[in-house]
Design a protein around this ligand. Structure first.
Ligand code: MN
Length: 233
């Protein structure tokens, strides 16, 4: 059946898949706040006492590796946050930790771009984070490595460098909750669907970016993510 729209609907946002012509169609982007102990401490929190929490970005905030990112308006403190991204291939609600990895399609390196000044102001006023986190081009992602072919990452290195100088380095084993726990907790709150992406939180070492900066980020065993910050759009 042909459906007529008032204007052409947007094309589906999708992500490249390693060694494949098929692309991963993106449905939603969920993000975990403060998920490594050291980063929780650098943001003034106590990792032992604070329960996990989630926020979201629009799917069309995604930009692929190699795509230039314009410095966004409304901020003077744009921060990088390198993160392991989990791509969901099978949906479900109340997924148990034991079953969680069966719902994973694959993994990628991501960057959760943040207007840190707006986030600080929102936190102080008890206001939502949407404009601090969910702005245009705020979610970088590298190519997805399917778990079926490349496995699930172990306690490997995660890092980010700006202009060749390392800013963030940690191990995935330093995450307060491993991936199964994140999937279990998030699926208690929403029904996960194929195409959902989960940004699993950043390690310590977050910092400011400026126009002209070249960012590279990696997780051992996954495809590297690179992007450049350009002048204001
Ligand atoms: Mn983050």
């Amino acid at each position: 059946m042909y459906t007529s729209y008032t204007f052409a609907p947007p094309t589906r946002v999708s992500v490249a898949v390693k060694d494949s012509e098929d692309r991963f169609p993106v449905r939603r982007i969920f993000c975990v706040g403060r998920y490594y102990a050291e980063h929780a401490r650098e943001m003034g929190g106590d990792p032992a006492r604070e329960p996990p929490f989630f926020f979201a970005k629009p799917a069309d905030a995604l930009t692929a590796s190699g795509v230039a990112v314009p410095y966004p308006p409304g901020t003077a403190d744009l921060h990088h946050e390198v993160e392991l991204v989990v791509a969901i291939g099978r949906g479900g609600a109340r997924i148990s930790g034991e079953q969680a990895l069966h719902h994973v399609f694959g993994y990628a390196v991501g960057n959760d771009l943040t207007r840190r000044d707006l986030q600080g102001a929102a936190r102080k006023e008890g206001q939502p984070w949407d404009m601090a986190k969910g702005f245009d081009a705020s979610a970088q992602i590298g190519c997805i490595s399917p778990a079926e072919r490349f496995g699930h990452p172990g306690d490997v290195a995660i890092w980010l460098a700006v202009n060749g100088v390392e800013r963030q380095r940690s191990q995935l084993g330093q995450m307060i909750w491993p991936v199964p726990g994140i999937i279990a907790a998030l699926s208690e709150l929403v029904t996960l669907a194929p195409g959902d992406l989960i940004y699993t939180g950043t390690p310590h070492g977050v910092g400011a970016l400026s126009p002209g900066d070249e960012v590279s980020a990696g997780i051992d065993g996954l495809e590297e993510l690179t992007f450049r910050i350009t002048g204001a759009a």
